[in-house]
Each structure stands twice: as C-alpha cells, then as structure tokens.
Design a protein around this ligand. Structure first.
Ligand code: SAM
Ligand code: SF4
Ligand code: F3S
Length: 436
C-alpha cells in the first residue's frame, strides 16, 4: 500500500524550498504527499527557531499530534529543520510524540531515519555538513506560477540576535551551472516568476571574478527572459552598485528590493553587529533609488533590542519616515539562547515597552503603506495573476513587479496571466481595480 506523508512547513522561504527538496526525496522512496494530516502515515514538521513564539507553535503542533498518535497507532512524526538543529537530542525530552529528528544538512538521511522509526528506533541526525547544497536533487516545486530557487545555504554574518548561523551553519553557494540549469527547466515548464533565495544573497560566490551575485543575477535574467526574477534577502552592508545596475538593466528583474535594516539607530546597529550605520544604510537607499527609479523598498525591523532607549526607538520611526518602506516585517526582540546577545547583552527592555514600541512601528508602517498605495489610485499597473482572491471567486489576486498585492475583477483572466489593471481604490495592504 502507498504510504502518505504530510509535510507542515514553518518559518522562512528557505524552509519552504527545503520542503520541496524533501518531497522529492520521499517521492523517490514511494511516498505520496497529502495535504490532509489526518490521512497521513507520516507527519513531518519542518521547523523554525528564529523567535520564541516560532518554537511555541511547533510545541503546540506536537501536543496536537499526541492525541492523534493515540487514536492512530503507527503514525510516525518527524521534527526537522532549525528547531532540532538548535535544541538537538534534548528535543526528544520535550515531547514524546517525536520519532526522529533531522537538521537542514541531513535530509538525505531521512529515508534511513524513517526506516528505523518504523522499527521502533528513535533516531537523530543533526550533523552540520558544510558543503551540502542538495546538488543532484530536483525539488518538487509546489504551484505552477512561482518557484523558489535556493542559491546558497547557511550564513556567516553572526548578527547578535540571530540563531540562523547556528541552525543552518556556514555559508555555501550552489554552482552557477546548477542554478541556471534549474532556472531553465522552470522556464521550460512555464513558470512565470522565479525567486532566488539565500540568507544573504549578496555573499553568493562561484569561481567567477568580482561581484558573484550580480553576475549570477545577470545570468538568471538572461536565462529567464520574459519571466519575473526576484531575490531575497539582501544585506545592506553588502548590496553593491554593480548589483543595482543589473536590476536596472534587465526588464524582467523586478524593481523591488528587500533590505532588512532592523533598527534606525547606529548605536543599536553596532550592538546588533549589522556592519553598517544608519547613514550608510540611507546612502545605499539613495544609490538604489538613483539607479532604479520607482523601485519599492521593504525591510525587517526589531523593536526593543537590548539596551534600546526611547531615542533609539524614535530613530527607527524617523528612519521609516525618511525611507518610506513599502512594507515591513516587524517583530519585538526575542532572546535566543546561545546567540551573542543572549550571552553578552542584557535583555533589559521590559516586555510591555517592547510591545508598545512594536505597536508604534506597526501603526506607522500601516500609515506609510496606505499613503504609498493611495498614490497608485488612477494608475494602470502590470500584475502577474497568482490565484483566486480569498474573498471572492469573481476576483483574482496578483502582484506588481514592485511586489504590491493587487485584487482585481477576474474578467476572462486566469492565474499565470499578466494583466494591466486600473487601480480604483487601495488599502494599506492592497491595491484594488479592474482589468484595463
Ligand atoms: N537573513 C535575513 C537578514 O539578514 O535580513 C533574514 C534573517 S531572519 C530569518 C528574518 C528576520 O527575523 C530578521 O531580519 C529579523 O528582523 C528577525 N529576527 C531574527 N532574530 C530575531 C530575534 N531574536 N528576535 C526578533 N526578531 C528576530
Ligand atoms: Fe541572521 Fe544576520 Fe544571517 Fe540574516 S544576516 S540570517 S539576521 S545572522
Ligand atoms: Fe526560521 Fe530557520 Fe528560516 S530559524 S527563519 S526557518 S532559517
């Protein structure tokens, strides 16, 4: 009988891309992927450890699975990804519902771990394999319009607050040839949008000379003519003029740059070990806007990092006003044991103040996004239709090249089409309109 696996993915796009690699690996073992957890023989939780609440979500999911295992003996549960890599074998003691553990570098060992689990042997493989890029495994891309293509794994940056260097290990890049090969296959299959992924794509290197990521992006731009190309994440200290020129010169490379700043205060940026000041960040923004008129810039922000004063917080708010980010991912600081900050910097901003500052950051971003969106009313924007709108079957949802979400009357269009949409209203999150 065919065995069914349900994979639940938490965390960032790298984890989503990893789940596509795991799907491919397990399909080769005869597994069929199911969306219905209740009918699965094997449930895999691909986990995120970036903030404490991300870990809580996994513990809740495991609690939930406890009851299901009682009513369905034989149901196996694997916890993989960043949480077990971080907490290691100690995870077995955190929940009795776990049959096996694997980390981001050991997915090739999953068949063996599953086989052992079937024989009642609880096992873990949490090795760091510094050169693992999953070369030779063709990911099973979900969806048919947009695809993620990881170009590198790991991170060498050691930002003081962040677990990623510990969970994903040292940075390593895929070869240009294998990235281009995957991009060409996706284009041939009819994908309309490709997003290159890495924790810090600007550090991409192959054997070439100069700016490795600018060269790769240029090659991808040519290989994916007529297909939208995006990338994430760029690091402000490393984003270069040559990269920005490549974006400006290629019509199919989207004019949207996600450039996490975390804080508007140079003092905080130093404590965070981000490697740049407020002024240097603003210079990079000016350079990007100079070469790519109309570009949208988005960011990540952390409220209430160690030692953050009201003045530091106001510097974040004033930076938001100055840059006018299109959107932000906003968080309050969460201590992650083992990081530099957890070891050396007191978490001295009271929870209540962290939350109040985060609320102020969110309210300001919402106002800025609303204002930026309102400017588009009356304009015609080019949208890649992605799916039916959640609220109405008569509408489609898509994005502009600048990464703005657009909901519009379906007309005769379908997901995958490029549609010229006249914008007739807007909110802080969405542009609303009809096909021109
Ligand atoms: N590599 C990317 C970068 O450097 O911008 C993103 C990495 S991280 C997965 C995504 C975001 O989570 C970070 O940009 C940061 O804003 C947030 N983050 C990371 N660690 C955090 C922590 N300990 N507390 C709160 N937010 C955190
Ligand atoms: Fe974490 Fe910094 Fe690396 Fe991003 S660049 S993954 S925030 S250590
Ligand atoms: Fe989370 Fe790991 Fe991504 S910690 S954000 S899933 S790299």
């Amino acid at each position: 009988m065919t065995k069914k696996v349900h994979i639940r993915t938490f965390g960032c796009q790298m984890n989503q891309a990893d789940s596509e690699i795991i799907t491919s690996l397990l399909q080769d073992e005869g597994y069929v992927v199911t969306d219905a957890e209740d009918s699965a023989d094997l449930v895999i939780l691909n986990t995120c450890a970036v903030r404490e609440n991300a870990v809580e979500k996994i513990m809740n999911a495991l609690d939930n699975l406890k009851g299901k295992r009682r009513s369905r003996p034989g149901l196996l549960v694997g916890v993989i990804g960043c949480v077990p890599q971080y907490y290691r074998e100690k995870m077995f003691g955190m929940s009795e519902s776990i049959d096996f553990l694997a980390g981001p570098d050991t997915y090739r060992q999953l068949p063996l771990l599953i086989e052992n689990a079937e024989r009642g042997i609880r096992g873990a493989n949490l090795a760091h394999i510094p050169d693992e890029t999953y070369h030779g495994i063709e990911p099973c891309h979900t969806g048919s319009i947009s695809a993620f293509v990881p170009i590198m794994r790991g991170c060498n940056n050691m930002c003081a607050f962040c677990v990623v260097p510990f969970t994903r290990g040292k940075e390593r890049s895929r070869s240009t040839a294998s990235v281009i090969d995957e991009v060409e296959q996706l284009v041939e299959k009819g994908y309309k949008e490709i997003t290159l992924l890495g924790q810090n794509v600007n550090s991409y290197y192959d054997s070439g000379t100069g700016d490795g990521f600018a060269e790769l992006l240029e090659n991808v731009g040519f290989a994916a003519k007529g297909v939208r190309v995006r990338f994430t994440t760029s690091h402000p200290k490393d984003i270069s003029e040559s990269l920005v020129r490549v974006i400006a010169e290629h019509e199919n490379i989207c004019n949207a740059v996600h450039l996490p700043v975390q804080s508007g205060s140079t003092r905080m940026l130093e404590l965070m070990n981000r490697g740049h000041s407020r002024e240097e960040y603003l210079e990079k923004i000016a350079m990007i806007r100079h070469f790519i008129p109309g570009v949208t810039i988005s960011t990540d922000l952390i409220a209430g990092f160690c030692g953050e004063t009201e003045e530091d917080h106001y510097e974040t708010l004033s930076m938001m006003e100055e840059v006018r980010f299109d959107f932000s991912f906003m968080f309050h600081y969460s201590v992650r044991p083992g990081t530099y900050a957890a070891k050396h910097l007191p978490d001295d901003v009271p929870e209540k103040i962290k939350k109040r500052r985060l609320e102020e950051v969110i309210a300001l971003q919402s106002r800025i996004s609303k204002e930026l969106h309102a400017v588009e009313v009356g304009n015609v924007v080019e949208v890649l239709a992605e799916s039916e709108s959640k609220r109405s079957k008569k509408k489609l949802m898509g994005r502009t090249g600048t990464n703005r979400v657009v909901v519009f009357d379906r007309g005769g269009y379908k997901p995958g089409d490029i549609v010229s949409v006249k914008v007739n209203s807007s909110t802080s999150a969405t542009l609303i309109g009809y096909p021109q």
